[in-house]
Design a protein around this ligand. Structure first.
Ligand SMILES: Cc1cc2nc3c(=O)[nH]c(=O)nc-3n(C[C@H](O)[C@H](O)[C@H](O)COP(=O)(O)OP(=O)(O)OC[C@H]3O[C@@H](n4cnc5c(N)ncnc54)[C@H](O)[C@@H]3O)c2cc1C
Length: 386
């Protein structure tokens, strides 16, 4: 076995976690000339990121999420040049199918807000929605919201692209190494302890996804992130699927699907799921999913299932990310709790973390997303969640 190079003895910043957030931060920091080390205990992307459906969208109800998503979409479009990797971006649009008057009202408001922010989304009639997605059925469809620039991309490609470029720019990206403790002295960070040795540093970025609560606890910072299993299935090939089939979401049930090769990838939240770290696949949720499939897109119900997987959403109490710098511990930065939309926020959040490390202004004021909002009862609920 070739010997692994030793861990660097010191670094200007250490990132805990090699998912989309950690690798994006490593790339942006290395590009800015910061001497950065990323520690991932398993393989890059092996946490939530590799389990994501790959949906990338700008349709949100919170203006901060719209700005972060717009910035990320621009980065996804430019990914082949910077950092320079193929991510199979398909801008087929996001189609939210709406079946209640209150959802139509909420989406009308968020579409108006998105348009003010420069997003090209619009409300469609039921007939227009059925034309865009011929798999859909249902007399109960009242309207839909559509954003043509959204779509899906490959999470592994994004992680590998960022990690490869970060390494080329001098970052030390370490896999198979676990952060077990973070040492402090007088409220200042001093060392990151791993199962392979110690790294002296004054800056730590927690990008530990569903495991962030444990990472925060290492420095006495409470990060209210709760893991919740979500499952995905892949179908066999379906004849005659339009190449530009939009990412389609039945909003009231959260059943969604998009093209994956010759078939579909589909998922739905399970109301009976309990918080926990298990990523075993189960069958109990499938009858509930098939009830909705038969009602909303019955052609899919006749197609065989090729496989699936389970991963973890990293939930916060208001379904919005937690991004900031710990109040009581100098230079402990965190970006976590993306509650099901962290893949699409990865590029912009990496840029934000770079600027926070360098104490530069971020492209958008991120302070409303700090963890203190839960103490101050200043919750920031995102309505448009899947
Ligand atoms: C089924 C499913 C579908 C999804 N679909 C979408 C979607 O369509 N669009 C979207 O935007 N988002 C989606 N998401 C959410 C998205 O996957 C996450 O929000 C995002 O991947 C979070 O990225 P992350 O880098 O914060 O976390 P992760 O990818 O989980 O990375 C954290 C990493 O930290 C490592 N780690 C933890 N603790 C330590 C430690 N002590 N030492 C070293 N390493 C450590 C872990 O091994 C892990 O690799 C989906 C999630 C699931 C489960």
């Amino acid at each position: 076995m070739p010997r692994r190079p030793p861990l660097p003895e010191s670094a200007s910043a250490v990132i805990v976690g090699g998912g989309v957030i950690g690798t994006s931060a490593a790339f942006h920091l290395a590009e800015a000339g910061v001497d950065v080390v990323l520690i991932e205990r398993a393989q890059l992307g092996s946490g939530s990121t590799s389990k994501a459906a790959g949906g990338v969208r700008t349709q949100f109800s919170d203006p901060l999420n719209i700005e972060i998503a717009k910035r990320s979409m621009a980065a996804f479009r430019d990914f082949g040049r910077r950092p320079g990797w193929e991510i199979e971006l398909k801008q087929v649009g996001y189609l939210f199918v709406l079946t209640t008057e209150s959802d139509v009202e909420e989406f009308e408001q968020s579409v108006a807000l998105q348009n003010e922010c420069g997003v090209d989304s619009r409300i469609l009639t039921a007939a227009e929605a059925l034309r865009l997605c011929p798999l859909l059925e249902g007399d109960d469809i009242l309207a839909a919201a559509f954003s043509p620039g959204d779509g899906h991309a490959t999470p592994e490609g994004v992680v590998q692209g960022y990690a490869f470029a970060a390494r080329s720019l001098g970052a030390h990206v370490r896999t198979g190494s676990e952060v077990t403790a973070i040492e402090m002295s007088g409220g200042q960070l001093t060392e990151v302890v791993t199962d392979e040795g110690r790294i002296r540093t004054g800056v730590v970025v927690c990008a530990a996804g569903p495991w962030s609560r444990r990472c925060g606890a290492m420095v006495g910072v409470e990060l209210p992130v709760t893991p919740l299993r979500r499952q995905i299935l892949f179908t066999e090939a379906i004849d005659g699927l339009p190449p530009d089939l939009p990412m389609t979401i039945d909003f009231s049930s959260s059943f969604y699907f998009h093209r994956e090769g010759p078939g579909l990838l589909m998922g739905m939240s399970d109301p009976d799921e309990h918080p926990g770290f298990s990523v075993e696949t189960t069958e109990e949720w499938i009858p509930g999913l098939m009830d909705i499939v038969r009602r909303r897109a019955p052609r899919i119900a006749d197609v065989g299932i090729r496989g699936g997987w389970a991963g973890l959403y990293e939930m916060t109490p208001d379904h919005n990310a937690i991004i900031g710098e710990a109040a009581g511990v100098s230079r402990f930065l965190y970006a976590t709790g993306f509650s099901g939309h962290g893949f699409l926020q990865g590029p912009a959040v990496g840029e934000i973390l770079r600027d926070m490390v360098l104490r530069r202004p971020t492209f958008v004021d991120i302070s409303p997303l700090s963890v203190e909002r839960f103490d101050a009862a200043a919750l920031r609920p995102e309505y448009n969640i899947v």
